[in-house]
Design a protein around this ligand. Structure first.
Ligand code: PMP
Length: 420
């Protein structure tokens, strides 16, 4: 199947990190998925720790989500006109997330972040932005400067095709280094519209913000008339009902969402307080649009998903407990087998780095032993456990995982660790 795909799709995939280039071999082709499991076209069952890179918090083919999509599809799949369900999901999202009054739906995380930055530039009247090395905010031009995720896996963090004119307005800072951010602001006084950050980085493995770091950014933004943008494409509706803003008690000015908010359908969104959101067309001068934005199938899936997270907030505690159990189990096995490692975890986001130094930014993430990672990845796959095919990615835990599944995974780590 991969050979056939390669003939008609560049690299055989529609998004680079799927290609297994970082770990060697050829990608798994999925036939179907249910709960915590993927079934591939060769008939193997795999425990899934990617979960579509985050959104499957409640597991694959979750019945309320599937049913909502089926029922909606029977009534038409796109109109390019307003529908009531868009207001319903907007009301719910606004009630769950701190510090936002209005939300606009788009079709991907890329669009959400791209639009958020345009809005920040329009609102502040300034051009430059600060982003952090190793953070990924989608593939729009301004962000393909030392981006994480696939861009790091393939060693092409700065993409040809991004003009020098665009690149010069993106200032790069080191994650978790507030002095570095201060120096950039000092050197570009009055020119910076916003700071955009993954409040928990998930695209260079999982990296938590150091104590005080997010608060430091908040203060710097307030002092310098800059907006703080939290890219919560991974963390939103996962780390808590209200995402990282709630978890860390920090208010962002604009929040970006993706993936989760569509229950696995192609959705993104960005949200802010009234005075910022009212700057968007048709109310304000900043233009942003989309034929399929607010698509009824995507809204139906998203509404089913958010409703369940909102009415069962104990999901977040269960996710935390399951991930902590996995963390402890893997750490114990790797230590017993004298395998150098660092495990980072926040809530249900976790990653295993094969290096003993603390992993706090892109440079320390890049120090991990990639040969060990490759062997680990393929060993786990052979044992029936699918983790992301790159050391620069995070594992996402789903509530569909049972403790037997977690024990199965820890056993798999044991087999691989012994072989390593
Ligand atoms: N922001 C973050 C934090 C992401 O992890 C991603 C995708 N992994 C994006 C933005 C881009 O989202 P999408 O792939 O839906 O365009």
């Amino acid at each position: 199947m991969f050979a056939e795909a390669e003939k008609v799709i560049p690299g055989g995939v529609n998004s680079p990190v799927r290609a297994f280039k970082g770990v060697g071999g050829t990608p798994i082709f999925v036939k179907e998925a249910k709960g915590a499991y993927l079934y591939d076209e060769d008939g193997n069952r795999l425990i899934d720790y990617i979960n579509s890179w985050g959104p499957m918090i409640l597991g694959h083919a979750h019945e309320p989500v599937v049913n909502a999509v089926i029922e909606k599809a029977k009534k038409g799949t796109s109109f390019g006109m307003p529908t009531e369900i868009e207001t319903k999901i907007a009301e719910l999202a606004v009630s769950m997330v701190p510090n936002i009054d209005k939300i606009r739906f788009v079709n991907s995380g890329t669009e959400a972040c791209m639009s958020a930055v345009r809005l920040a530039r329009g609102y502040t009247g300034k051009d430059k932005i600060i982003k952090f090395a190793g953070c990924y905010h989608g593939h729009s031009d301004s962000f393909l400067i030392q981006a994480g995720s696939g861009a790091s896996t393939f060693g092409t963090p700065n993409s040809p095709g991004v003009t020098k004119g665009t690149a010069k307005d993106t200032l790069l800072a080191q994650y978790n280094n507030i002095d570095n951010v201060k120096a950039l602001i000092e050197a570009n006084k009055g020119k910076i519209a916003c700071i955009i950050i993954e409040p928990v980085a998930g695209n260079m493995g999982c990296i938590p913000p150091k104590e005080g770091f997010l608060q430091g950014l908040r203060t710097l933004c307030d002092e310098n008339d800059m907006l703080l943008i939290f890219d919560e494409v991974m963390t939103g509706f996962r780390l808590a009902k209200g995402g990282a803003q709630e978890l860390y008690g920090i208010n962002a000015d604009i929040v970006c969402f993706g993936k989760v908010i569509g229950g696995g359908l192609p959705v993104g969104a960005f949200a802010a307080r009234n005075e910022i959101m009212n700057y968007l067309a048709p109310l304000g001068p900043v233009y942003q649009a989309g034929t399929l934005s607010g698509n009824p199938l995507a809204m139906a899936a998203g509404l089913a998903m958010l409703t369940e997270l909102n009415t069962n907030p104990e999901v977040f505690k269960r996710l935390e407990d399951k991930t902590a159990y996995l963390h402890e189990g893997i750490a114990k096995v790797l230590t017993e087998n004298s395998i150098t490692h660092t495990i980072n975890r926040v809530g249900s986001m976790i990653s295993v780095h094969f290096d003993e130094a603390d992993v706090v930014d892109f440079d320390t993430a890049a120090k991990g032993n990639n040969d060990t990672f490759k062997k680990f990845f393929h060993g786990m796959l052979n044992a029936g456990v699918y983790i992301a095919p790159s050391a620069f990615e995070t594992w996402f835990i789903t509530d569909a995982l049972s403790y037997e599944d977690l024990d199965f995974t820890i056993e798999a780590v044991k087999k691989v660790a012994t072989a390593l």
